[in-house]
Structures are given as structure tokens and as C-alpha cells.
Design a protein around this ligand. Structure first.
Ligand code: FES
Ligand code: FES
Length: 182
């Protein structure tokens, strides 16, 4: 990482699989860098205090509140945002979690949705990779305790998580040798 005499840092980071660089002020959060320097407004800024989860992104494969991560801490690392979950090609290429949120009506104002989608993506993929069948409501609620939604009452979100979990489990099964998709 290079720092100019006026303190500006040249940040180099992999974002959604692409090598990117940008000049950022010291102390700027990863969330601000993503939104303002890298043109990725998916992660939202609702509290900037690590309380709401609306800014959740993957950092080296782990979900983090990007408002709590200094951009400089992401130097040389892999960031994946909600924009990086879907493939190219519009709605047909949506990720299973995005499809489930839409199908179940789990989106109202949408402010919490990008952070929730990343958190749910992590939950359902970890569950499927561990060959675990059960995602009961208590497990889902506990896993999503850091993501606040003021609109939905969570029931439709939980329904979307169950649907996404079933779809992702089925995808994982079909990719395992000798297994038949459910
Ligand atoms: S904006 Fe980061 S947790 Fe609320
Ligand atoms: S849909 Fe509005 S905050 Fe969750």
C-alpha cells in the first residue's frame, strides 16, 4: 500500500474477483470505499456502528460489517459484495438467495436486504458444505441476529432462508459424485 505525502492511501484490493485500486483517505471505512470509490452501492450505510448489518460483505470469505473495517485493512485481500453474488445476465443469473427473497416477498423497503442476502448466503452455503440438513427457526434467527429489518417482521425472511437452504443443498448434492439432487 502506497501513502502520498498528504496522507492519501492507494488501496489495492480484489473486489468481486477483479483487481481494483483507489485513492482513499486514511480512516475511511471499507463500506465508504466500496460505495464511493468502487461504485458499488449494494452494501448500505444505516448505522455505521456495527449494529444493523446492512453493510455486510465478505472479506476473505467471512461476512463482516464493512462499516467497521478500515479500507486500509482490506489491502491485498478479497472482498465480495452483494453485487458479486449473481452471475452476469440479469435476473436469470440471480443467486439462489436473491431468488428466494423475491419469491417469498422478503423485501419491503429493501434497505436491509443486501446485508441480509450476504449473511444468508454465508449461512446456507456453510450449512450445505457441512452436509447439515437442519436449519430450524431458532438457528436461522440466531445466525441473522446481527442483521436488523424494520419492515418485514422476519417471517418472510425466515421463509426465504428455508427456501434458499433447500435450493443450495440441492445444488450441492447434484455436484457431489454419486448423489441425486432432491
Ligand atoms: S452500517 Fe454497518 S452495521 Fe450498520
Ligand atoms: S425490508 Fe425494510 S428494513 Fe428490511
Amino acid at each position: 500500500m502506497r501513502q502520498s505525502t498528504d496522507g492519501v492511501i492507494v488501496l489495492r484490493v480484489s473486489v468481486n474477483g477483479e483487481s481494483r485500486s483507489a485513492e482513499v483517505s486514511p480512516g475511511v471505512s471499507l463500506l465508504t470505499a466500496l460505495r464511493e470509490q468502487f461504485g458499488l452501492p449494494g452494501a448500505k450505510n444505516a448505522c455505521e456502528q456495527g449494529e444493523c448489518g446492512s453493510c455486510t460483505v465478505y472479506l476473505d470469505g467471512d461476512p463482516v460489517c464493512s462499516c467497521l473495517v478500515a479500507a486500509a485493512q482490506a489491502e491485498g485481500r478479497q472482498v465480495r459484495t452483494v453485487e458479486g453474488l449473481a452471475g452476469a445476465g440479469g435476473p436469470a443469473a440471480q443467486d439462489a438467495v436473491q431468488r428466494a427473497f423475491l419469491a417469498c416477498g422478503a423485501v419491503q423497503c429493501g434497505f436491509c436486504t443486501p446485508g441480509l442476502v450476504v449473511a444468508v448466503h454465508d449461512l446456507v452455503h456453510r450449512t450445505a458444505e457441512n452436509h447439515s440438513e437442519d436449519l430450524d427457526d431458532a438457528t436461522i434467527r440466531e445466525a441473522l441476529a446481527g442483521n436488523l429489518c424494520r419492515c418485514t417482521g422476519y417471517e418472510k425472511i425466515i421463509e426465504a432462508v428455508r427456501q434458499a437452504a433447500a435450493d443450495v443443498r440441492s445444488e450441492h448434492r447434484s455436484q457431489r459424485p454419486g448423489q441425486v439432487a432432491a
